[in-house]
Design a protein around this ligand. Structure first.
Ligand code: HEC
Ligand code: HEC
Length: 517
């Protein structure tokens, strides 16, 4: 008990110290000038409402704009920009908190299926996850008072809420859920933005579902005031694509990029941690794609970003690519696997960013081996006797028809992931993506179901972008739109075996209220 008390005291002190530090909004700050008129400082100097919550730059944009929209606060573009940067210095999620809701950071068709864990969460999903995502809620950390006020905020901002949720006593449900959220997502303490220096040369290691891994490079130059200029290139198997644009760094780690690549506007959301940047970049339709990426700073010290593929099958000879920065020349004697039987047949550096290793695994059961290359930690490589099954992600893909010039079609990239059976009653273990071949098939939900006919095609690599527009299709029964629900089938051959998997594709209406995530 003493230890707990001491810990509680320590946390209490930390909060106090942080709260002291959080009075970053001095008299001449933009927050003080714009917000204090309506949100006076508390006795301890904190700006009420504002210093009661932490969230993402995207959600702060929504909140600040609401002050203009609903409460008549004058707001210019420059002021919005300045306010977001000021708010981000203390009122931002911590990087790991942000990572768990990062799928909402880009304005694209995130395919994550959210699901509740536990009774309290189930209650939250019933009362809350109808008008917006659970991710929106989980993007916030608030004081108990601020959580409690969410009830009245909803009643005034969305006056239809009680009628819309009439199968429950929404006000009582909301109060109960908000009490739970006050415990589950507490304000904690103000974010302390680290001094960050993203400028320099970085190597890019990216993965594009349906196409596989690729490398690239990017140069980041400071343009002052947490703004940066970016330029670089991606090298695909058959082409080099250059890109250039700008980025803003919020709170010392949340990097948001806006680039042009091949004539398309491309957005990225990343988290910076000293010499490493991780995140996602999205290209809109028609050349629709989303890639995940790791950027490593070129510091002169060798570091490994990843190994592709990150698994080996028994009795197959595989060429692994160990990718990173400033990698040394190697010979087979420099390659050391531990934790599993792997024979090294060859090794050579093919670029400063890549070492090729030819290996054969003799593993008869599933294990993770660790790999060191000339003493450099290269992480784990999974050894499996064989692939036992493949699974398609997402299990239900949601595509949206084009709505207008401002609502381009939103596609789905399906990907097949290989799995190996785990010993006794444990869940199967993912090995990695495999190049399966995709096709669509009817999923019969009604007599005369003809969805498949109107949905267009999926590419063999799993890329689907709707071709129809929003509006009645005169040629279709009941003048339906080109929407529907069909099956997605994947097939993958490896050696003597053929693997099959099934998922679903729902093609639905454009998202005209895209502001609410
Ligand atoms: C013209 C008055 C006015 C100004 C200026 C103003 N607000 Fe508000 N704000 C309100 C009102 C009214 C509410 C709703 C009542 C409440 O919750 O306090 C509110 C609520 C909020 C909330 C709670 C969430 C919500 O939308 O109800 C936050 C957070 C907030 N304001 C932040 C800010 C920030 C940051 C600024 C400065 C950029 C700001 N406000 C400037 C009037 C204002
Ligand atoms: C009837 C629809 C509806 C329901 C039900 C609903 N919300 Fe919301 N919620 C909204 C809308 C609309 C917004 C504001 C969107 C905007 O302005 O961008 C919002 C915003 C929020 C925000 C952001 C806070 C802010 O200041 O912007 C949180 C957190 C939130 N809701 C939590 C909840 C919780 C918790 C519940 C369940 C108790 C819930 N919502 C139920 C419609 C709903």
């Amino acid at each position: 008990v003493r230890i707990i008390e001491a810990a509680a005291l320590a946390i209490g002190l930390a909060v106090l110290v942080a709260a002291g530090a959080a009075q970053g909004f001095g008299a001449d700050s933009l927050v003080a000038r714009k917000c204090i008129g309506c949100h006076p400082r508390n006795a301890d100097g904190r700006v009420s409402r504002v210093e009661d919550m932490r969230t993402t730059p995207e959600e702060w944009t929504v909140v600040v704009d609401r002050m203009r929209r609903l409460h008549g606060m004058p707001l210019t573009r420059d002021e919005m920009d300045g306010l977001l940067k000021e708010l981000a210095t203390t009122q931002l999620l911590a990087p790991d908190e942000q990572a768990s809701v990062a799928y909402l950071s880009l304005w694209h068709n995130a395919q994550q299926v959210e699901s509740p864990s536990g009774k309290d969460d189930e209650r939250m999903f019933a009362a809350c996850v109808r008008c917006h995502t659970a991710g929106k809620i989980r993007s916030y950390r608030m004081t108990p008072e601020a959580w409690a006020k969410q009830r009245d905020f909803h009643l005034y901002a969305i006056p239809t809420v009680v009628a819309q949720m009439r199968e429950m006593h929404w006000i009582e449900e909301a109060d109960a859920v908000l009490a739970y959220l006050a415990r589950a997502l507490p304000y904690g303490r103000a974010w302390i933005a680290p001094a960050a220096k993203p400028e320099g040369d970085w190597a890019v290691f990216a993965h594009r579902p349906g196409h596989g891994p690729y490398r690239g490079e990017v140069r980041i130059e400071s343009a002052g005031n947490a703004e940066y200029k970016l330029s670089g290139s991606h090298r695909y198997a058959d082409a080099v694509e250059t890109f250039a644009g700008e980025a803003t760094l919020y709170g010392g780690y949340a990097l948001r990029t806006r680039m042009q690549a091949g004539g398309a506007a491309v957005f990225g959301a990343y988290r910076l941690d000293r010499d490493e940047i991780r995140g996602e970049v999205h290209f809109p339709a028609p050349d629709f794609r989303t890639s995940t990426a790791i950027w490593l700073r070129k510091t002169g010290t060798p570091r490994v970003a990843r190994v592709v593929p990150a698994y080996l099958l028994r009795d197959e000879t595989t060429t692994l690519l160990v990718e990173g920065v400033d990698l040394p020349d190697v010979s087979p004697a420099d390659i050391a696997f531990s934790g599993g039987p792997v024979r090294v047949l060859g090794a050579r550096r093919v670029a400063p960013e890549a070492i090729e290793i030819t290996v054969a695994s003799g593993a008869t059961k599933l294990v993770d081996a660790t790999l060191r290359v000339k003493g450099i930690d290269a992480g784990a490589v999974r050894l499996a006797p064989r692939i036992d099954s493949i699974v398609i992600t997402p299990s239900i893909g949601r595509a949206r028809l084009a709505g207008s010039r401002h609502h381009p079609p939103e596609g789905v990239q399906f990907e097949a992931i290989a799995y190996a059976k785990a010993p006794a009653a444990k869940a199967a273990v993912a090995l990695g993506p495999v190049p399966a071949t995709f096709r669509l098939a009817e999923h019969r939900t009604r007599p005369g179901d003809d969805d498949l006919r109107w949905l267009g095609e999926i590419k063999p690599n799993g890329t689907y972008v709707p071709t129809g527009g929003y509006g009645p299709n005169e040629a279709r029964r009941f003048r339906l739109e080109d929407s529907g629900l069909v099956n997605v089938l994947a097939e993958y051959r490896r050696g003597q075996r053929t693997y099959r998997a099934q998922a679903k594709l729902a093609v639905t209406m454009p998202d005209y209220i895209a502001r609410i995530r």
